[in-house]
Design a protein around this ligand. Structure first.
Ligand code: SF4
Length: 306
């Protein structure tokens, strides 16, 4: 029996559900019960009433959100080292400093933050609903963390003043995309449509025909009549895009745009974590309670990203 089959067998024995983020390795995506973005997956986990274990193949903050939303389930992260560097960039100290400087502005945090940070915010958002969340607030100035690029994008879309905390937060993988690479690809594929994630730089977003989250890119690629797409997000999404649209071509805008943190999860590590029920995600209850309020407030808005 190969490793993938062993995992599927083990999963049934242990009443586990395997969730894989869009940026996971292809072999993990292929055996997952659900593939999607972090919030899509946490919500799927809530719907899986029979499941006792959630093996969340992704990075730390996503597994934490799954645990916050599913406190009665055991949540496992296949590789303990799978930490998102952008989430680590926003510390509680930075938040406190920002709140002192802007005491009357609400704090909106991207879900790409640790639970300890979420506990301090008024509401969470995803890259899919950040614009709607900020528009919903009765405030013209908003504190936003940790991604400076997403903050800039939302400021442009909403016309509100969006103050990034920290001032310099970024996703190292999405900053790899450069407009000059797209210009060269466009010479080869003149009819290609360019899709970029809002975590990309402003220069990169400017050359895109469509800017959106991974789930929004999946929807857009299905609806759009174009046959070829240049994609500026982590390479793992191309597997899902290709599977969903077998007659369309997807080209990564920069071939080395790989998130090494996401790729720390392997079939071997997933198997071991599930077999030994190790790398269990735990969050102190007071933090989990406060972070849940911020997530629930986002879900209550019923935005297009929910
Ligand atoms: S792609 Fe960027 S935001 Fe996502 S986990 Fe990797 S470093 Fe973090």
């Amino acid at each position: 029996m190969n490793l993938a089959d062993k995992i599927i067998k083990l999963k049934k024995e242990k009443k586990a559900v395997i969730l894989a983020h869009n940026y996971q390795r292809q072999d993990i995506q292929n055996i997952a019960d659900y593939v999607g973005d972090s919030i899509e997956l946490s919500r799927k986990a809530m719907e899986e009433k029979e499941a006792e274990i959630i093996a969340f193949s992704a990075v730390d903050f996503m597994a934490e959100s799954a645990k916050i939303l599913n406190p009665d389930k055991k949540v496992l992260l296949p590789s303990l080292g799978a930490r998102c560097p952008m989430a680590q960039m926003l510390t509680v100290d930075e938040i406190k400093k920002g709140k002192v400087l802007h005491p009357h502005s609400p704090l909106v945090l991207y879900v790409n933050t640790l639970a300890s940070a979420k506990a301090y915010c008024d509401i969470c958002c995803t890259s899919a609903n950040a614009v709607e969340v900020i528009e919903s607030l009765n405030a013209e100035t908003v504190l936003f963390g940790p991604d400076r690029n997403l903050a800039e994008y939302v400021q442009k879309e909403t016309g509100k003043t969006v103050i990034p905390i920290p001032e310099w937060g970024f996703c190292p993988t999405h900053l790899l995309f450069q407009p000059e690479d797209v210009q060269i690809l466009k010479m080869q594929y003149p009819d290609a449509v360019v899709m970029a994630h809002p975590e990309c730089s402003a220069e990169m977003r400017d050359v895109a025909n469509f800017v959106g989250s991974t789930s929004q890119m999946c929807k857009y690629a299905k609806q759009c009549n174009a046959k070829t797409f240049i994609v500026a997000t982590e390479e793992g999404l191309l597997h899902r895009l290709g599977k969903d649209n077998p007659k369309k071509q997807f080209i990564l805008a920069y071939e080395e745009a790989v998130c090494p943190n996401m790729k720390l999860n392997t079939l071997e590590r997933l198997y071991t974590a599930l077999k030994e029920e190790k790398h269990v995600v735990t969050i102190p209850e007071p933090i989990a309670k406060k972070a849940k309020k911020a997530l629930d407030r986002m879900f209550e808005l019923k935005t297009s990203g929910n």
